[in-house]
Design a protein around this ligand. Structure first.
Ligand code: TYD
Ligand code: MG
Length: 465
């Protein structure tokens, strides 16, 4: 049989097939197959860049032939960290940028990635040499942004380039300590016959940069675009290759921005960083609760405040529900900021345990400020906001609800209760609903705060009397 000259590669997951397919059988994405000549793939695989990059990729797991050691005898690694000038970013990175690490910064277009990196390069430029490579903007545009952000410095170099070989050449010439590449999807290798932004190109470019970072101790910050589904465009492998992946959340239309690490080899992934986009760039928000609660409507049904813990910080946010009569055979449910399945579960619990007719109503749920709440501790506030909207009964404005809801309608204990209650009290909330188990385990007395211990969802019904 004649060997095929080309194969088709999925641009999302790198799945390979000899035939073109509309839907990728591996990742399920549509219209992602691209034709690639086999000779390109071979040469890419054999190319010196690829081989070297492979080595770099696995250089933490080298073939040393050394004997195994007892875990207690291993030395504690000491990472050299540099502050980026944005405390909220340092917090998400785990205490600053680790020297020689590769960080991928991702988010929707226009969310503020380039702005953040330009601000970071200004601070880093004070203590080390920074090379900012842009494949997306002209020198004029970069200069305009730099002026807007009031950024200058003899140690900050800008370069408009998309060819990886030229980027490496510039890096060899300037020997920067920090290399910023905005964005990885625009970078290409002219030895590979595949369009910029394709899996092969993105992987190739990232490998070459990671190789550089690891071999020469350069910190690399990469910008990655997101695709329609909200994932990082290009291969998933990009996430595996880098040391940290930081994701921008929040709404472009609103002024606040939230960053979260979805992977971090040098720190926790629980911390979030909160910023506000101003006329002069991103400014840090040290008290996110105050920002999230500002301009809160008073006396409206369907609103309930909640306190979640993000990393080391308690954050008070507001949940809004709208429950209206449905005109569809099956009611509509929509959820922003809370897991959709979690909303379905809470609705089912309320229907079954309290006999509330949610099945005849559409339900819309929203967390104000573009915050995403993953913690089950938000369940009780979700339930109360739904009941409040269904019954059109307003909850007290100074009330917060904290607790996980079980399938039997029981309110389950949550961690860090004292920290949460204190944050709520600091923000002026005087009625705090907490799980009964928490109240029994650790009785608390805080001046001006009334604590309601709820053992089950039935105990909260008095709020709607
Ligand atoms: P940008 O950093 O270009 O986004 P990304 O690189 O993620 O695509 O920023 C985009 C938006 O931010 C743009 O709409 C303008 C706005 N912006 C400000 O509001 N203030 C500023 O100081 C700057 C530089 C940008
Ligand atoms: Mg940009």
């Amino acid at each position: 049989m004649k060997a095929p000259k080309s194969i088709y590669v999925c641009t999302e997951c790198d799945y390979q097939s000899t035939k073109w397919m509309g839907k990728c059988p591996s990742c399920g994405a549509w219209n992602t197959f691209e034709e690639q000549e086999i000779s390109d793939l071979d040469s890419a695989d054999k190319g010196p860049g690829r081989a070297a990059a492979r080595h770099a990729l696995f250089s933490t797991a080298v073939d040393t032939g050394a004997d195994a050691v007892v875990i207690d005898d291993l030395e504690m690694p000491s990472y050299m960290r540099t502050e980026t000038g944005l405390g909220e970013l340092d917090r998400v990175l785990g205490g600053g940028l680790v020297l020689g690490s590769v960080v991928l910064l991702s988010g929707e277009p226009g969310i503020g990635k380039s702005t953040m990196l330009m601000q970071v390069s200004a601070t880093l430029g004070k203590s080390c040499r920074v090379l900012y490579v842009s494949g997306e903007e002209s020198q004029g545009q970069l200069k305009l942004r730099a002026k807007r952000l009031d950024i200058h410095g003899a140690n900050l170099y800008l370069c408009i380039e998309t060819n990886i070989r030229n980027i490496i050449k510039q890096t060899d010439k300037l020997k920067p300590n920090v290399l910023i590449v905005d964005s990885i999807q625009t970078i290409y290798n002219d030895e590979i016959n595949s369009a910029p932004g394709s899996v092969t190109q993105v992987k190739e470019a990232a490998m070459a940069l990671i190789h550089k970072a690891k071999n020469e101790g350069i910190s690399v910050l990469l910008v990655g675009h997101v695709n329609k589904e909200g994932g990082i465009a290009g291969p998933k492998v990009l996430e595996h290759m880098v040391d940290a992946v930081i994701y921008f959340e929040g709404e472009r239309q609103q002024t606040y921005r939230i960053i979260r690490a979805i992977k971090n080899r040098y720190g926790s992934t629980n911390e979030i960083g909160v910023f506000e986009m101003t006329d002069t760039g991103l400014s840090e928000v040290e008290n996110p609760s105050e920002m999230l609660l500002s301009g809160r409507p008073q006396g409206i049904s369907g609103n309930c405040a909640v306190c979640v813990i993000e990393g080391s910080r308690p954050i008070v946010a507001e949940i809004q529900a709208l429950v209206t009569q449905t005109f569809f055979p099956s009611p509509r449910r929509s959820s922003t900021g809370i897991d959709y399945n979690r909303l379905q579960m809470i609705l089912a619990v309320l229907e079954k345990r309290l006999g509330l007719r949610f099945s005849a109503n559409d339900a819309y749920l929203n967390v104000i400020g573009g915050l995403r709440l993953d913690e089950p501790a938000a369940d009780l506030a979700v339930a109360l906001s739904l009941i409040s909207s269904l019954k059109d009964k307003v909850l007290p404005d100074d009330m917060v609800a904290i607790g996980e809801l079980g399938l039997a309608g029981e309110v389950r204990a949550v961690g860090g209760i004292e920290q949460r209650v204190r944050e709520c009290a600091r923000l002026g909330f005087s009625r705090i609903v907490i799980p009964k188990k928490n109240a029994e385990m650790k009785p608390m007395h805080i001046a001006g705060v009334e604590l309601f211990a709820a053992g089950s969802i039935y105990d909260t019904i008095s709020f709607f009397a």
